[in-house]
Design a binder for this molecule. Structure first.
Ligand SMILES: [Zn+2]
Length: 243
């Protein structure tokens, strides 16, 4: 006969995942997600080792945008191959990972297109107007750098640097420097809203992100979701781009 009272306690089961956003159920904000009819496409390339299930925002952004894709991988032969149709990479922007700060090159702008030397290109407004899509790299700083170096076609895209007026809502929740100081969903919101001149895009995406953060605070306090251990490697000596 098994003595149930003396049996070792079984470890608490990890919370189930939402099949849509792939987050643990206590962190799912899929209910009532508003779909945004964006015109400028979003392509998020995610490093396969990006492990931030709890606080990652790439999938959440893509779920809400009508024209958006998330691809997980390390390298692709071309932008056209990823998208499955022929596109001109000059009409696509990529959020640049270098140490260029928008504030340093164009203090009055929050979106700046720079050349390979980090200098603002001529005819900013015209170049921005011609953009059909945006590429964001999702992962830690070193993961995003790895994606950058393995995908030569990225050099043909327009490099964009951001000078956000507000700091990321992540605040102190995330201790590891990311590819960008903003979360993927915040960067997507800011870029698409500015490029399409529709502030509502940024507000809608930002609201979902805030719901996620609220759920995260609640779930980590009740212990439903564990605070992930953060790898400390890689970040020492890496200069943060902003804030
Ligand atoms: Zn969900």
């Amino acid at each position: 006969m098994t003595d149930i009272a003396n049996a070792p306690p079984s470890p608490p089961a990890a919370p189930e995942e939402c099949p849509r956003c792939q987050k643990p159920l206590p962190l799912c904000v899929c209910d009532g997600l508003e779909t945004i009819n964006n015109k400028i496409e979003l392509l998020v390339l995610q490093h396969p080792q990006e492990q931030d299930k709890a606080l990652g925002t790439a999938r959440l952004a893509v779920l809400q945008l009508k024209r958006a894709e998330l691809k997980v991988g390390l390298s692709w032969p071309s932008l056209s191959k990823i998208l499955g149709r022929t596109v001109d990479p000059q009409h696509w922007g990529i959020l640049y990972l270098g140490s260029v700060e928008a504030a340093a090159v164009a203090p009055d702008e929050d979106i700046v297109v720079v050349d390979s030397k980090g200098q603002p290109v001529d005819h900013q407004a015209g170049v921005l107007r011609e953009l059909e899509g945006i590429v964001l790299l999702d992962g830690t700083w070193s993961q995003a750098k790895a994606l950058w170096w393995r995908n030569a076609w990225m050099l043909k895209c327009r490099r964009i640097v951001l000078g956000p007026s507000a700091p990321s809502r992540y605040g102190k929740v995330r201790r590891e420097p990311r590819a960008d100081a903003l979360s993927t969903i915040e960067a997507a919101g800011m870029l698409l809203a500015r490029l399409e001149k529709k502030p509502a895009i940024e507000k809608t995406l930002g609201a979902s992100f805030e719901r996620l953060l609220a759920k995260y605070h609640e779930a980590t306090q009740t212990g439903e979701v564990k605070v992930p251990k953060v790898a400390k490697r890689d970040w020492r000596g890496v200069k943060r781009r902003r804030r």
